[in-house]
Design a protein around this ligand. Structure first.
Ligand SMILES: [Zn+2]
Length: 111
């Protein structure tokens, strides 16, 4: 549909063809890095998808990836709960949720 509208004849009777512009040429900054990550196969470049909780003990806490020194996380403590418990995690300071699971920030490279 879009391709058809880009081909045609001008008022002077000259046929013209326009090339579609590659979105990568238009994007800059973090949007471009996000698109490049998607093209490279990383479907969650900002690490915002939920993770499955592991053992979550003091010795083996659930690792939460973050490129910043702190991150707001939420814990769905039990399957029957209808609410989430939010808490701030800070680098180097593991934290225990009220349900008993431990969480620790895991530094990753920024996008
Ligand atoms: Zn919890």
């Amino acid at each position: 549909m879009l391709l058809k509208s880009l081909h045609g004849v001008s008022r002077l009777g000259v046929r013209f063809y326009r090339k579609l512009i590659d979105p990568l040429d238009l994007l800059t900054g973090i949007e471009k890095r996000e698109l490049l990550a998607h093209l490279a196969g990383d479907c969650d470049p900002f690490r915002i998808l939920s993770i499955k909780k592991g053992p979550g003990t003091r010795e083996r806490p659930n690792l939460i990836p973050s490129s910043n020194s702190s991150r707001l996380i939420c814990c769905h403590c039990t399957e029957s709960d209808n609410h989430l418990k939010f808490m701030w995690l800070h680098q180097g300071d593991p934290k225990r949720c009220g349900c008993g699971y431990w969480f620790e920030l895991c530094p990753i490279a920024p996008l």
